[in-house]
Design a protein around this ligand. Structure first.
Ligand code: HEM
Length: 402
């Protein structure tokens, strides 16, 4: 665990690691954990370099490129150039920004469906305009979790009748669960077989979905292989679901901390995109990323030897005073705001436009429909048990008139 990593007296708190980061940025910005051998990097410039200088900081070293032992090993997130370039270009042809923008009406109606379900379950206090009040909801369970899973399922072309099963697999794969189900196979295997079936169907009869577009995608006559296509489908689930869930949850936490923020945003929804960028900086849904050094490298006067595992703390970089004035203040209209919550360089998040769109619609529809929103303070916040994804397991709120 991180508290054992250094000599500093600051300890790591999973709900609020920011004091621990600040102490490291000042006293030991690049440090090796003697127990695990893992190197930690905390300053903005160093983290940005670790994320983007792929000739030194590899994403591929130590991963299983065949994907047999490690389902993500065959995917672009675990690849260095030139393999990365090939995979990313083939996928980018299918996952275009116009394909994402076309999802807007569907995402809006999904958000409304989830909010309607909350309203229907409550005391029926619906306003004439479809507003909601006097009701409890769990932001995570009722909206922030089902939304991205459903969007990805629809995007890939999973038929509605398979959605519930798809969500179970997706949860199991994201949690890294090896548990076997009724069939005695692991969820990864079951989902892999399911995707293989879907791929075979789309090969015979293409439709207007991402799997069909990925099958059609080619550069210089070259296609994605079947393991590559499968790896990408799984990467979408792992990289896209929990992260987006936490962006929405973390936004609500930021708004709740600042008295009057909800009401201000309701009056001035045009600032919402900027405010979402500030949430990404202030409570980054991905706090850290791994790399492996291919040669000796010096960061902040400390030399990390070749062959070291490195954890680059995005969450700390985004609070670095050297880059962001008053970094520990949540400023809903901060500008400039060059956060690196989606990474930097060749691995910059492929799903960033989708994540931003989902957050804007989810939060935008809530602001339109919900006059006041308060966190239920009696319910203690439970952090996710992860060094990488940052958020809470549940976020109960009351939606009320006053
Ligand atoms: C708020 C939500 C999200 C955050 C904070 C986030 C964050 C990140 C970060 C930090 C990286 C860089 C990884 C690295 O440098 O090793 C990344 C890569 C990636 N993300 Fe996201 N992500 C989010 C949502 C999504 C969504 C919705 C999708 C897809 C539907 C997605 C797909 C990907 C993919 C495919 C990559 C790998 C890109 C590459 O290696 O070239 N992400 N993401």
């Amino acid at each position: 665990m991180p508290e054992e990593t250094t000599s500093t007296s600051f300890s790591f708190s999973p709900l609020n690691p920011f004091g621990w980061y600040a102490a490291h940025r000042q006293q030991s910005p690049v440090v090796r954990d003697p127990r695990s051998g893992l190197w930690h990097v905390f300053r903005y410039d160093d983290v940005q370099r670790a994320l983007s200088d792929y000739a030194v900081f590899s994403s591929a070293a130590g991963r299983d490129e065949t994907g047999q032992r490690d389902p993500l090993g065959a995917s672009m997130i675990s690849a260095d150039p030139p393999r990365h370039r090939r995979l990313r270009s083939l996928v980018t042809l299918a996952f275009t920004s116009s394909a994402v923008a076309r999802l807007e009406p569907r995402i809006t109606s999904l958000v409304d469906e989830f909010l309607d379900a909350v309203a229907a379950r409550g005391d029926g206090a619906m306003e004439g305009t479809g507003g909601i009040r006097g009701i409890r909801m769990d932001i995570i369970d009722d909206l922030a979790t089902p939304l991205p899973v459903t969007v990805i399922a629809e995007l890939l072309g999973v038929p509605p009748s398979d959605r519930a099963q798809f969500k179970q697999w997706s949860d199991a794969v994201v949690m890294g669960s090896q548990a076997t189900g009724m069939t005695g196979r692991s969820p990864q295997t079951e989902m892999g077989q399911y995707f293989q079936g879907l791929i075979a169907e789309r090969r015979k009869q293409p439709r207007e979905d991402l799997i069909s577009a990925l099958l059609a995608s080619q550069i210089d006559g070259e296609h994605l292989s079947e393991p590559e296509l499968l790896g990408f489908c799984i990467l979408l689930l792992v990289a896209g679901n929990e992260t987006t869930t936490n962006l929405i949850g973390n936004a609500i936490l930021c708004f709740d901390e600042q008295h009057g923020q909800w009401e201000r945003l309701r009056e001035e929804q045009t600032i919402l995109p900027k405010t979402i960028e500030e949430v990404l900086r202030y409570r980054s849904p991905v706090q850290s990323m791994f790399r492996t050094t291919l040669q000796d490298v010096t960061l902040s006067d400390v030399t990390i030897p070749a062959g070291s595992a490195v954890l680059a703390w995005i969450g700390s970089a985004n609070r670095d005073e050297a880059r962001f004035p008053l970094a520990d203040r949540f400023d809903p209209i901060r500008a400039p705001n060059r956060h690196i919550a989606f990474g930097h360089g060749i691995h910059f998040c492929l799903g960033a436009p989708l994540a931003r769109l989902e957050a804007r619609i989810a939060l935008g529809r809530m602001l339109e429909r919900i006059p006041h929103l308060r966190r239920v303070e009696m319910a203690p916040l439970e952090p996710l048990e992860s060094l990488i994804v940052f958020g809470v397991k549940h976020l109960p709120v009351t939606l009320s008139q006053a």
